[in-house]
Design a protein around this ligand. Structure first.
Ligand code: CMC
Length: 436
C-alpha cells in the first residue's frame, strides 16, 4: 500500500463500555480523508456496515480521481476535458496503464505492442456459432472474453511484469475485434479482420461496418466521435464493474476471467447498460408532450420508474463526461448532416424539465455520461444493443490498469467483505418425519 499521510485520528467510543479505539485518519493526494478502520475489530470487537460501499474506500489507487461535488474527473491527474480535446484513446490507454503521458517513441512502441495483438485465435470464431443469432452481444462478450482464459491460461505467470503487460495488450487489442464479431454474428455478415494501419477507433468502425462486397472508407467524423466516446469511458475509479474486476483479481484469477466478470457487472442498467436504457426510455415516451407524464411517473415512488441517464453515486453535480458528450452530440449530428433528431430534442427537453424540477434538484440528480452517448451512437448508425458493448471496449483499459495496480501492490489481500447475519440462529437438524 502506498500511503497516504496520516493527518490525525478519529476516536470511536463504544457507548456503555470503557472501550475506545483511535483510528488513523489518512489522506491521499486529493479528496476526502478516510478513517483506517482495520484495527476496529481487534480494539472494539465490532465491524462496520456500509451496504453498497457508499462511504468505504476499498483500496488506494493512483489512477483516476473524481470530485463528485465539483464535477471533476482526472485520469492520472489530467482533467478529462483536456484529454478529450487534445489526446486520443491509445495515448490515454498508455497514460492510464503507466501513469504518465508517453513521449513519441514510447507511444509508437505502445501502439505497436497493442496492434500486434488485434487478431483473435481462429478457433475463437467457432465459439460464435454456439450462440443464438438473437443473443444479446453483452452475453456473447461475457462468454468469449472469458473464453480467452482458456487460450492464454498456461502461459500467464502473473508474477512476471512482462507477462502481465502482454495480457493487458491482448485485452486492449482484442476487445474491439470480439465486439465487432458479436455484432457481425447478429447481422449474419462475415467477420472482418482488423486493420493495423488504422487508428484504434477507425479500425473498430472498419470491423463493425465494412463488408467484403464493397470498399468501406472510415469517416473522419465518426472516427473522432468514436475516439472521444472511448476516451470518456476509459476509467472511472472504483465503480461496480471495476470493483468486480479487482475483487476477482484479488483471488489471483486469470486476467481474462477477471475482465469477463467486469463485463457482466457493466451490463446492468444501473451501470453501463444505462446508455441502452436511455434510448429505450426515449422511444417508449415517444413524443415530447408525454414527458411531463413520464416525469410524474418517475417521481411516484410506487412506480419504480427511474429517469435513465440521470443520477450518479459519486457525482452530485454535472457529470463532466456528460457535458463533453452533449457538445460532441451536437457536433456529430451537425457534421453528419442530421438536422432534426427527435431523440435529441426529447433528451434536451427532458434535461430542461429535470434540472428545474425540485425532485431532481433536491436529490442532486444531473445527467450522467449515458444520457447523451446513446444519441451519438445511434446517429453513428450503431444499434442500441451494441451501446454497452462499446462502453466495455472503452472500459477495458480502466479494468486492466486497475487489475495491474492491484496485482502489483505487495500489500493486496483477497477481497472479502463481512456481513450482518440476519438469518435463523443455530438450530438442530430435524429428520423429515418431524417437520410438520
Ligand atoms: N431517477 C429517479 N430518481 C432517482 C434516480 C433516477 N435516475 N437516481 C436516483 N434517484 C433517487 C432515488 O430514488 C433516491 O430517492 P429517495 O432519496 O427519495 O429515496 C435518491 O435519488 C438517491 O438515489 P440513490 O438510489 O441513493 O442513488 P445511488 O447512488 O444508489 O444510485 C444510480 C446511483 C446511478 C444507480 C441511480 O442514480 C440510477 O439508477 N440512475 C439511473 C441509471 C443510470 O443512468 N446509470 C448510469 C450511471 S453513470 C454510468 C455508469 O457508471 O455506468
Amino acid at each position: 500500500m502506498t500511503i497516504l499521510s496520516k493527518t490525525g485520528t478519529v476516536t470511536v467510543t463504544l457507548d456503555g463500555s470503557n472501550k475506545s479505539a483511535s483510528l488513523p485518519l489518512l489522506e491521499g493526494t486529493l479528496g476526502t480523508p478516510v478513517a483506517d478502520i482495520r484495527k476496529l475489530y481487534n480494539d472494539l470487537g465490532i465491524f462496520t456496515f456500509d451496504p453498497g460501499y457508499g462511504e468505504t474506500a476499498s483500496c488506494d489507487s493512483k489512477i483516476t480521481y473524481i470530485d463528485g461535488d465539483a464535477g471533476v474527473l482526472l485520469y492520472r491527474g489530467y482533467p478529462i476535458e483536456q484529454l478529450a480535446e487534445h489526446s486520443d484513446f491509445v495515448e490515454v490507454c498508455y497514460l492510464l496503464m503507466y501513469g504518465n503521458l508517453p513521449n513519441a517513441a514510447e507511444l509508437a512502441e505502445f501502439k505497436k505492442g497493442v496492434t500486434y495483438h488485434t487478431m483473435v485465435h481462429e478457433q475463437i470464431r467457432q465459439f460464435f456459432s454456439g450462440f443464438r443469432r438473437d443473443a444479446h452481444p453483452m452475453a456473447i462478450m461475457c462468454g468469449v472474453v472469458g473464453a480467452l482464459a482458456a487460450f492464454y491460461h498456461d502461459n500467464i505467470n502473473m508474477t512476471d511484469p512482462r507477462q502481465r503487460e502482454i495480457a493487458a495488450f491482448r485485452l486492449i487489442a482484442k476487445m474491439p475485434t470480439i465486439a465487432a464479431m458479436a455484432y457481425k454474428y447478429a447481422l449474419g455478415q462475415p467477420f472482418v479482420y482488423p486493420r493495423n494501419d488504422l487508428s484504434y477507433a477507425a479500425n473498430f468502425l472498419h470491423m463493425l461496418n465494412s463488408v467484403p462486397a464493397e470498399p468501406y472508407v472510415v469517416s473522419p467524423v465518426l472516427e473522432k466521435a468514436m475516439d472521444r466516446i472511448l476516451v470518456l469511458h476509459a476509467d472511472h475509479e472504483q465503480n461496480a464493474s471495476t470493483s468486480t474486476v479487482r475483487l476477482a483479481g484479488s483471488t489471483g484469477a486469470n486476467p481474462f476471467a477477471c475482465i469477463a466478470a467486469g463485463i457482466a457487472a457493466l451490463w446492468g442498467p444501473a451501470h453501463g447498460g444505462a446508455n441502452e436504457a436511455v434510448l429505450k426510455m426515449l422511444a417508449d415516451i415517444g413524443t415530447p408532450d408525454k414527458i411531463p407524464q413520464f416525469i410524474a411517473e418517475v417521481k411516484d415512488k410506487n412506480s419504480h420508474t427511474k429517469l435513465m441517464g440521470f443520477g450518479h453515486r459519486v457525482y452530485k453535480n454535472f457529470d463532466p463526461r456528460a457535458k463533453i458528450m452533449k457538445e460532441s452530440c451536437h457536433e456529430v449530428l451537425a457534421e453528419l448532416g442530421v438536422k432534426n433528431e427527435p431523440l435529441l430534442d426529447m433528451a434536451m427537453e427532458m434535461e430542461r424539465i429535470a434540472l428545474t424540477d425540485d425532485y431532481f434538484v433536491s436529490r442532486k440528480l444531473y445527467p450522467n455520461v449515458d444520457f447523451y452517448s446513446g444519441i451519438i451512437l445511434k446517429a453513428m448508425g450503431i444499434p442500441t444493443s451494441m451501446f454497452t458493448v462499446i462502453f466495455a471496449v472503452a472500459r477495458t483499459i480502466g479494468w486492466v490498469s486497475q487489475w495491474k495496480e492491484l496485482v502489483e501492490d505487495p500489500s493486496q489481500r483477497i477481497g472479502r467483505p463481512r456481513q450482518i447475519y440476519t438469518g435463523a440462529p443455530a438450530r438442530d437438524y430435524q429428520p423429515i418425519s418431524n417437520r410438520g
